[in-house]
Design a protein around this ligand. Structure first.
Ligand SMILES: NC(=O)c1ccc[n+]([C@@H]2O[C@H](COP(=O)([O-])OP(=O)(O)OC[C@H]3O[C@@H](n4cnc5c(N)ncnc54)[C@H](OP(=O)(O)O)[C@@H]3O)[C@@H](O)[C@H]2O)c1
Length: 272
């Protein structure tokens, strides 16, 4: 069985590749730049840039773990039509994100054997704060009262791997979250405790927070949509679910565990 993974250098796609490879499965990783992709031995690496890839990428593929790294679905239908496999596990999103719902609709319209993973915010999003933490021991952001049930990418991948390998998951959607809500101040405190170097949280106004995102290179559309989503979540937090444990048999990893696993990224000696 050959399993194609897109977004194979990313947070979740990378974990899916690793977990499949650890099981000795035949993994084909689609990457844009094989020279910089650091993937486990034995993984077959194919070059391609979505949405259009060479037909050789699909040869002999039985299953697909789909990361569609766009906020639109242009090209998704053609990509799926070129796929010889019927089985697709798609990394979607919780909260009814418009782009995720649109992609799910395209997948459903192809009458594939699909499974949708709908995670809340990734713990990996807090890597966004790494340079501030390293440079000044501070996290400056808007929405101090924002709390999210950050989920470890390894848990999303673990559910994805089970869905890829077990037909019992066909036609099902999984709302995935970490085990508890974690506030922005807890994010700062946890990073400080784990790295042994205190990190404080300084609240910005929404306008200052948006400007900080712009200066970090975020596209205007993303600044607007993310700021609106965070403002909404301060009043209506994302739900905490027990789905990871129900599917994998292991409790969802905590945010603290995620920081332990990525402590090097927040260390002053780490390179960006
Ligand atoms: N972050 C969240 O909180 C969250 C929550 C729910 C759902 N999601 C969704 O999860 C998905 C993955 O997000 P992520 O944060 O895991 O992203 P990520 O870690 O940055 O991974 C994105 C992956 O997509 C690849 N990629 C980007 N553009 C590509 C292209 N044109 N052709 C081929 N590959 C391309 C990247 O490869 P390179 O190494 O070449 O850049 C990378 O492997 C996205 O659809 C996102 O919207 C995210």
């Amino acid at each position: 069985m050959t399993i194609l993974v897109t977004g194979a250098t990313g947070k979740v796609g990378g974990q899916v590749v690793r977990q499949l490879a650890e099981r000795g499965l035949d993994v084909r990783a689609l990457v844009r730049d094989p020279a910089t992709a650091r993937l486990p031995d034995g993984v077959s690496v194919v070059r391609g840039s979505l949405p259009t890839v060479d037909s050789s990428v699909f040869e002999g593929v039985d299953r697909l773990f789909l990361v569609w790294p766009f906020f639109g679905v242009d090209g998704l239908g053609d990509f799926l039509d070129a796929l010889p496999a019927r089985r697709v596990v798609y990394l979607s999103s919780s909260g009814g994100a418009q782009w995720a719902e649109a992609a799910e609709a395209v997948i459903r319209s192809r009458s594939l054997d699909w499974t949708f993973l709908r995670p809340t915010g990734f713990a990996g999003n807090t890597l966004e704060f790494a340079s501030q933490v390293k440079e000044a021991g501070v996290i400056e952001a808007a929405f101090a009262s924002l709390a999210r049930p950050y989920i470890h990418e390894a848990d999303i991948a673990a559910v994805g791997v089970r869905a890829l390998l077990d037909d019992g998951y066909i036609g099902k959607s999984f709302e995935l979250s970490g085990p508890a809500l974690v506030s922005q101040t807890e994010v700062a405190r946890t990073i400080g405790e784990v790295t042994g170097r205190p990190v404080r949280f300084r609240e910005l106004t929404p306008a200052q927070g948006a400007e900080k995102l712009r200066s970090a290179g975020w596209a205007e559309e993303l600044v607007t949509s993310a700021s609106a989503a965070w403002a909404h979540m301060t009043e209506h937090p994302e739900p905490v679910t027990s789905t990871v444990e129900e599917v994998t048999g292991s409790p969802a990893r905590t945010y603290r565990q995620w920081v332990i696993d990525h402590a090097g990224a927040f260390s002053p000696t780490a390179t960006p």
